[in-house]
Ligand binder design. Structure first.
Ligand SMILES: NC(=O)c1ccc[n+]([C@@H]2O[C@H](COP(=O)([O-])OP(=O)(O)OC[C@H]3O[C@@H](n4cnc5c(N)ncnc54)[C@H](OP(=O)(O)O)[C@@H]3O)[C@@H](O)[C@H]2O)c1
Length: 284
């Protein structure tokens, strides 16, 4: 079984490389942005023709949430056109697409966890382009898994955990917002969940599980709680002050509440999900 991974230098891409050795029956082929530019249709076709994958995990994306507000065309090109190119290549070469989306497709006005059937209403360019990317896939074919996730961090790449650890080495105190509630997702746990989807699908060729799924770690917290736990686990003594979002204005508006309900993915694929604190301990 051949699994092509796009965007292999990102957090999720590196996490998939990290676990690939645990799955000797899966032949992973990793392509970074310099080896496969998903916005280039001819490039996508050439890579699919060469590799002929059974599955494609799209770990490539434009993920700069605030910067997207000032460069919407670039975010659209990667998150919508690039995603559409991959869906079309998957359709042409009979591959199944696993695509990653985001909690930022929601406006955050709910107070209970978002299910897959809740209607998106993005508050910023990044979330809008991710939702448009989902719709672009759905317009091409049905053989897709769209996995919405939230607050991704890992030992790889740039993320909130690494930013907190860097800031703690530079400052004596920090202020972190405490009125945005969500759930951190360890990218390695997400990578494992994606492989579980593939393994289940291989065993059930008459697949009727295609569609949208939520995945994050279990539990919920604020960014302030997340920061405090990062420092506690790493035994870093630093004063952390909780502040409201209004005291930390950013170009993109973020959902106040974006906890994801994971019942569907757990039931469909038998995935056991760790609590976010437990996964954080294992990362550091
Ligand atoms: N990070 C989060 O908190 C978060 C939250 C919810 C959902 N997600 C979703 O989770 C997925 C994985 O995110 P991540 O954190 O792993 O992102 P990431 O670390 O920013 O990695 C994204 C990767 O995509 C690559 N890329 C950008 N443009 C490309 C193109 N035209 N062709 C091919 N590759 C391209 C980047 O390569 P270069 O570095 O070379 O540009 C980078 O390696 C994304 O779909 C993201 O939207 C992330």
């Amino acid at each position: 079984m051949v699994v092509l991974v796009t965007g292999s230098s990102g957090q999720l891409g590196q996490s998939l490389q990290f676990i690939a050795g645990n799955y000797p029956d899966v032949h992973f082929v990793f392509r970074s942005s310099s080896e496969l530019d998903i916005t280039n249709k001819a490039n996508c076709e050439a890579v699919f023709s060469e590799i002929n994958p059974d599955y494609c995990i799209n770990a490539a994306a434009y993920t700069a949430v605030d910067k997207a507000e000032s460069e919407p065309e670039k975010a659209y090109l990667i998150n919508v056109i690039g995603t559409k190119n991959l869906a079309e290549a998957c359709q042409k070469y009979s591959a199944i697409l696993l695509h990653i989306s985001t909690d930022f497709v929601f406006d955050g006005n709910k107070t209970t966890p978002y299910t897959e059937s809740d209607i998106p209403n993005p508050t910023g360019v990044y979330g809008q382009t991710k939702w448009d990317g989902e719709k672009a896939i759905q317009a091409v074919f049905e053989n897709y898994f769209i996995v919405r996730t939230s607050w991704v961090y890992s030992q790889f790449g740039a993320n909130f955990m690494k930013t907190m650890l860097r800031l703690a080495s530079e400052r004596d105190s920090l202020s972190v917002v405490d009125d945005q509630i969500g759930t951190p997702t360890h990218a390695v746990d997400l990578a494992e969940a994606l492989v579980s989807i593939i393994k289940t699908t291989v065993l059930n060729p008459k697949n009727d599980n295609y569609g949208i799924y939520n995945f994050s770690n279990e539990g919920q917290c604020s960014w302030f709680d997340f920061a405090q736990k990062i420092f506690e686990i790493n035994k870093i003594a630093i004063a952390v002050t909780p502040i409201p979002t209004t005291s930390y204005p950013t170009p993109a508006q973020r959902p106040k509440f974006s906890v994801l309900d994971k019942s569907k993915i757990k039931n469909a694929f038998g995935i056991a999900i760790r609590n976010w604190e437990e996964s954080l301990i294992k990362t550091t």
